[in-house]
Design a protein around this ligand. Structure first.
Ligand code: ATP
Length: 298
């Protein structure tokens, strides 16, 4: 089954003076994905989100939500938190959400359900100012979900939170995804994208360096670390191997990338056949981080 495209972005560009904040960026986000926009600070994530939410005008390029140009009707179907919304400190969670429901012109019926989802129902009558940072962020997510949008956009949702707060937000994102919503999440944290996202686009200087399934990246081939008494012989043997490639060498330690389907034991056997005895061999799981760093190196 071909899943429906929720957001398509084509060759989007935005300059701020000489800075190319977004540079011919193209993306495709499908229904049900938890799509991570991953990149270091200043790589253009927030600008991209600002453009697709109609807050920033691009210089060139195009984007469509559900196959259509952006409109106020379409925006009702997209909940977003680009900045923490301003809640009234002395009002309770429920009263703050009622104000937001009025602004969004949706009824109050969904408020309790959203408070339960974000784990704030028991604290619903307490003043906002008594909340921890994590609770404030969860209330912001509840506010974005009022009106039941199909899409939720989050920009650095765990910034500034302690480890427990981070874990709670990540669990919440997964729970929201399980309800079938499409989530777009901008983050500079590889670990975050790896833990919660199904798909990723890696951004650098406003350009997309890579886009694909998080699962594919994390399981793509194996990397191993190997050492031998005669490192020159090891090097030659690897160079003659069709399915192994040296990706790095730190003194006598070689980092070797194996094509998918090949294991460390295959490499060991191959090297023995070529009369190279290893003194050290370990598997390094190819993480998104490694992939991300490799991409940024090029
Ligand atoms: P961060 O996580 O630090 O917010 P980001 O990936 O979201 O980074 P953007 O905020 O989109 O990146 O910024 C991309 C580039 O555009 C940066 O170099 C930034 O300084 C610049 N930029 C963003 N907004 C403006 C603006 N309003 N005026 C001038 N330059 C801007």
């Amino acid at each position: 089954m071909v899943s429906e495209t929720i957001l398509s972005v084509q060759a989007l560009s935005k300059n701020f003076g000489k800075i190319k904040a977004v540079d011919k960026l193209s993306l495709e986000i499908k229904r049900g994905q938890v799509f991570g926009i991953l990149g270091p600070n200043g790589s253009g994530k927030t600008t991209t989100l600002g453009i697709v939410l109609g807050l920033i005008k691009p210089q060139s390029g195009d984007f469509k939500w559900f196959g259509k140009p952006i409109s106020s009707t379409l925006l009702r179907n997209i909940g977003s938190i680009l900045e923490t919304p301003l809640f009234y400190p002395y009002l309770s969670a429920t009263d703050n959400l009622k104000i937001i429901a009025d602004i969004k012109q949706v009824d109050y019926q969904g408020i309790d359900e959203k408070l339960k989802l974000v784990g704030l129902y028991d604290r619903r009558n307490h003043a906002f100012k008594t909340y921890s940072l994590g609770m404030k962020q969860r209330l912001a997510i509840a506010a974005a979900l009022l009106g039941n949008p199909e899409v939720l956009i989050l920009d650095e949702p765990t910034n500034g939170l302690d480890p427990q707060g981070i874990a709670e937000i990540r669990d919440l994102i997964k729970a929201i995804a399980l309800q079938g919503k499409t989530i777009i999440l901008a983050s500079h944290l590889l670990d975050e994208v790896q833990k919660v996202c199904t798909d990723v686009a890696v951004l650098q200087n406003g350009q997309c360096l890579f886009t694909g399934k998080v699962e594919t990246i994390t399981s793509q081939g194996l990397a191993v670390e190997a050492m031998a008494e005669h490192d020159e012989l090891l090097k030659q043997a690897i160079e003659s191997c069709a399915w192994a490639k040296i990706i790095d060498q730190q003194q006598k330690v070689f980092h070797i990338q194996l094509d998918s389907g090949h294991l460390a034991s295959d490499l060991n056997r191959y090297l023995l056949e070529h009369e190279v005895a290893l003194s050290h061999l370990t598997t390094i799981k190819k993480t998104l981080e490694r992939h991300f760093l490799e991409l940024l190196k090029n």
